[in-house]
Design a protein around this ligand. Structure first.
Ligand SMILES: C[S@@+](CC[C@H](N)C(=O)[O-])C[C@H]1O[C@@H](n2cnc3c(N)ncnc32)[C@H](O)[C@@H]1O
Length: 239
C-alpha cells in the first residue's frame, strides 16, 4: 500500500510510471530535512476541483515557472535554480531519498526558488492552468524497455497532451534518455504530437543550449552509451 493510500488520500494514478519510492535507510540529517524543510516547500496534492497558480507558490512572482518531472537526486533542478534566481522551479519526485537529496541542495546552496511536489506528477498537472509553464524537463525517465511494460513509459500521447496544455506558446520540453528503445519511442511520440515542434534531437551534447546541466543519471550512464537529447518547443496555439 502506498503512503497516500495509507493516509486515506486519493490513490495515485495508474499505471505507475516509476519504480521504488524509497531506498536505503536515510541518515539523521536527511530525515530532519524531510521532517522540517520539506513541509515548508511542499505543494499539497490538489483536490479534483482545485486550481494551482504556479507563480503564487513563490515568495515573489517569478518571471516564469519551470517544472522537472522525476528530478532524481535534484542536482539538475538545483543547478537551474541557482543559475536562474528569477525563475520559479517546481520539482516532482516520488523517491524519498531523492527528495532528501534535493532538500540538501536547497539548504546548502540557500535556494529560495524551488517548490517540491513529493508525489506522482500526474496528480499535480491537472491543477495547473493552460500555458502556465515556461519549460518542462523529463530527463532519463524510467525506461521500461520491455514491450509488455511500454504502457508505463512517461512520454506517451496522453502525457504529451497534458504537457502541451500546461506549456506556454514557445515553451520548451526537454527530454533525454540513454535507453535506445526509449529514445526511439520518445522520438516517435514527440514527432507525432501536433502541439510540439522539434528544435533538437541529438546525441551530440555540444549542440544543446549551454543552460542544460547534467543530471546525476546522465553522469552515471555516460561511460556506457551516449544519451539522446530532445528539445521540443510548444507550437503557438491557433486562436
Ligand atoms: C531514472 S530516474 C532519473 C532521475 C533524474 N532525472 C536523473 O536524470 O538523474 C527517473 C526518476 O523519475 C521518477 N519518476 C518517475 N515517474 C514519476 C512520476 N510520475 N512523478 C514523479 N516522479 C517520477 C522516479 O522516481 C525516478 O527517480
Amino acid at each position: 500500500m502506498s503512503e497516500s493510500e495509507e493516509k486515506g488520500a486519493a490513490a495515485p494514478p495508474r499505471p505507475r510510471f516509476y519504480g521504488r519510492r524509497s531506498g536505503k535507510a536515510l541518515r539523521r540529517n536527511a530525515l530532519d530535512l524531510l521532517g522540517g524543510l520539506l513541509p515548508q516547500l511542499a505543494i499539497a496534492v490538489p483536490g479534483p476541483e482545485l486550481r494551482i497558480e504556479p507563480s503564487a507558490l513563490f515568495a515573489s512572482p517569478p518571471d516564469q515557472v519551470w517544472l522537472e518531472v522525476g528530478f532524481g537526486g535534484g542536482e539538475h533542478l538545483a543547478d537551474l535554480a541557482e543559475a536562474n534566481p528569477r525563475i520559479g522551479l517546481i520539482g516532482c519526485e516520488v523517491f524519498r531519498n531523492g527528495i532528501a537529496s534535493l532538500l540538501g541542495h536547497v539548504q546548502s546552496r540557500g535556494l529560495d526558488n524551488i517548490r517540491i511536489f513529493p508525489d506522482d506528477v500526474r496528480q499535480l498537472l491537472p491543477a495547473l492552468p493552460d500555458g502556465s509553464l515556461g519549460r518542462v524537463f523529463v530527463l532519463f525517465p524510467d525506461p521500461w524497455p520491455k514491450t509488455r511494460h511500454a504502457y508505463r513509459r512517461f512520454i506517451c500521447p496522453d502525457n504529451l497532451d497534458v504537457l502541451a496544455r500546461v506549456l506556454m506558446d514557445g515553451g520548451e520540453l526537454r527530454v533525454a534518455s540513454d535507453d535506445p528503445i526509449y529514445a526511439a519511442w520518445a522520438a516517435r511520440h514527440l514527432a507525432e504530437h501536433a502541439g510540439f515542434e522539434k528544435v533538437h534531437a541529438t546525441t551530440r551534447r555540444e549542440s544543446l543550449p549551454l543552460d542544460w546541466p547534467q543530471t546525476r543519471y546522465e553522469q552515471k550512464c555516460l561511460a556506457q552509451r551516449a544519451p539522446t537529447f530532445f528539445l521540443y518547443r510548444r507550437r503557438p496555439r491557433v486562436v
